[in-house]
Design a protein around this ligand. Structure first.
Ligand SMILES: C[S@@+](CC[C@H](N)C(=O)[O-])C[C@H]1O[C@@H](n2cnc3c(N)ncnc32)[C@H](O)[C@@H]1O
Length: 312
């Protein structure tokens, strides 16, 4: 299958990155390398791009897509939560621009065998990194019912979480839950018919929750963002595209925390905390796609872009 992924908010990303020849940039989520290619075009001949993805298929795709820039790139299969180690390995400790375009790529959703989509019948996998051990099958068949309820509620924001978890726990007593369609059927039977008619595909939220759990997406994001902020040069720019409220909340809070200065109580006349802002937020409200982009690429619909600059 061909690797297809239309980069989201591409014009807005390039506009806010304010790239210059000679910049050192990191694309923490290469995917189909659409953003990476546009970044490279703006920073060559003297710039350099470090591209990271935990999915080997994305790295292979990026090698092809970026072959004309082979002297100006280093592509690394890894998790962006390990950014500290990745950067010391490649020998760039401070960089000018960092991009995170979160979640899964269209390729991952559309390649049935990866098990990310409720639209195709496939083994319950959902791993971005195929070397990782934990799969969606393990989560569904081994996690205690209470833990399943919690993660479907928290990561899927699914109001029927406890019923879905109960149906899963009952079903797996009879036989293990093996495929995406087995799971879709269970979810459909757990959600009352009247509720199933609203809020998109009934399996959407549970699938999102499983994907987040399997790939430890939120923990990676927190660690990756903190590390990215540390490795930006003064005046360097950091941008994140998120696709659901849990991710966006993390980005917003980390940006806010880093943009705060002194935290001393107001009754102290002199600052004793010594805290200085490390980031300046450049997008008070997130940038969202135009209607035209959403029509052309429905996967852009929920995208939110936040941009910050490292304080000098
Ligand atoms: C939305 S796609 C990126 C698309 C890309 N910007 C483009 O223009 O084609 C997200 C990619 O990030 C990767 N990814 C998600 N979480 C990751 C993590 N913690 N570390 C490294 N890669 C990750 C996924 O494997 C996927 O390929």
């Amino acid at each position: 299958m061909k690797f297809e992924h239309i980069p989201v908010l591409l014009a807005e990303v390039i506009q806010h990155l304010k790239l210059e020849n000679g910049n050192i940039a990191i694309d923490c989520t290469l995917g189909g390398a659409g953003h990476a290619k546009a970044i490279l075009e703006a920073i060559v001949p003297d710039g350099f791009l470090i591209g990271i993805d935990k999915d080997e298929a994305a790295i292979n795709r990026a090698k092809d897509e970026l072959s004309s820039f082979s002297q100006q790139i280093k592509l690394i299969k890894g998790d962006f939560s390990d950014l500290d180690d990745i950067l010391s390995e490649v020998g760039f400790l401070k960089v000018d621009r960092i991009l995170f375009d979160l979640g899964a790529s269209s390729y991952q959703f559309d390649f049935p065998e990866r098990g990310f989509s409720y639209r195709y019948d496939a083994p319950l996998d959902m791993r971005m990194d195929l070397n990782q051990k934990l799969t969606a099958y393990d989560v569904l068949n081994e996690y205690p019912e209470g833990k399943l309820t919690g993660l479907i509620k928290k990561y899927g924001e699914e109001r029927w979480a406890s019923r879905i978890a109960r149906f899963i726990a009952e079903a797996r007593k009879r036989k293990s839950i093996k495929t995406t369609f087995d799971l879709v059927e269970l979810i459909k039977s757990a959600i009352p018919a009247s509720a199933r008619r609203k809020g998109g595909h009934p399996a959407k939220r549970t699938f999102q929750a499983l994907r987040i759990e399997v790939n430890k997406e939120l923990a990676s994001l927190e660690k990756g963002l903190e590390s990215a902020i540390k490795h930006l040069k003064p005046g360097g720019r950091l941008m994140v595209i998120s696709y659901h409220s849990l991710e966006d909340r993390i980005v917003k809070n980390i940006f806010k925390e880093h943009s705060r200065g002194c935290v001393c109580p107001p009754e102290l006349l002199v600052c004793v905390c010594g805290k200085h802002p490390t980031l300046k937020i450049l997008t008070r409200k997130p940038v969202t796609p135009t209607e035209v982009e959403v029509v052309e690429n429905p996967r852009a619909r929920s995208a939110k872009l936040r941009v910050a600059e490292k304080a000098c």
